[in-house]
Design a protein. Structure first.
Length: 257
């Protein structure tokens, strides 16, 4: 696929390209080694960032569930009547949720056990076998760290890794890729205490850096394109262990929860 180019910062070229040759992934645990091999052979360099779609991570970690294996509870049957959803899907949504935040018709906005706020607890029915659904990784930061360790070793230096998924937004239309897991760089760029061009001190400027990179990668990650990994090069990242937790707003600071 032809690279997507833009500028980042002071004229540094930003390049995005899809990592080619990724087969259908199964629960064999080989995804980090596979991505490391492909990254080394396709020009990934230290300092680059890999954005990896949550779906292939979940599939590789055995997070695909057959609905036929799910026994609905009384609670999930009640939720199914309220929403019109399959009771077995409702059962999985309840299991994957810390709480249901909003419900309107068939729409369920949930807070997952990770702290993510999203529809249906992030459970996905696309690009998976009929009768199955895909759950979010149990620990997306750990998933990112496993990939980051293997790819960094293969290319001879630190890379960043983002596990991405598409989320809706409360006040805007459309889906945007966001970070579910981060490894190898700081997910938030804290500009507080700096100054703007007029000399004013910045008091509230924290850039969701990992989310911005995830959103950029979504340009090349179509649902039907078969491009679950996008390489982002030409962007400076702050070395750090990385965690998605720094991107999650605490409930006491959330005006809407």
């Amino acid at each position: 696929m032809e690279p997507c180019r833009a500028s980042w910062g002071r004229g540094r070229p930003l390049k995005l390209f899809a990592l080619d040759g990724i087969p259908e992934v199964g629960p064999d645990g080989r995804l980090p080694a596979l991505l490391a091999e492909l990254a080394a052979s396709q020009g990934v360099h230290p300092g680059d960032v890999l954005a990896v779609a949550q779906k292939i991570v979940s599939k590789s970690e055995g997070r695909t569930v057959a609905l036929a294996d799910i026994a609905p509870s009384a609670g999930s049957n009640a939720l199914a009547k309220l929403t019109g959803k399959d009771p077995r899907l409702c059962e999985l949504i309840l299991r994957e949720s810390a709480r249901i935040l909003r419900q309107r018709g068939g729409t369920l906005i949930c807070e997952t056990h990770h702290g993510f706020v999203c529809a249906n607890a992030g459970i996905d029915t696309s690009n998976t076998r009929p009768g199955t659904v895909v759950l979010l990784p149990v620990d997306s930061d750990l998933s990112a760290k496993r990939i980051q360790r293997e790819v960094s070793r293969a290319v001879g230096g630190r890379v960043g890794v983002i596990i991405t998924d598409t989320h809706g937004r409360a006040f805007r239309r459309g889906l945007v890729n966001v970070a579910l897991g981060v490894a190898g760089f700081a997910a938030v760029s804290d500009r507080r205490g700096g100054v703007d061009r007029e000399g004013r001190v910045l008091v509230a400027t924290e850039l969701a850096f990992a989310d911005e990179l995830a959103a950029a990668s979504g340009i090349l990650m179509g649902k039907a394109d078969g491009t679950p990994v996008v390489v982002i090069s030409g962007v400076a990242t702050a070395p750090a262990p990385g965690t998605v937790d720094t991107l999650l707003r605490e409930p006491e600071h959330d005006l809407f929860r």
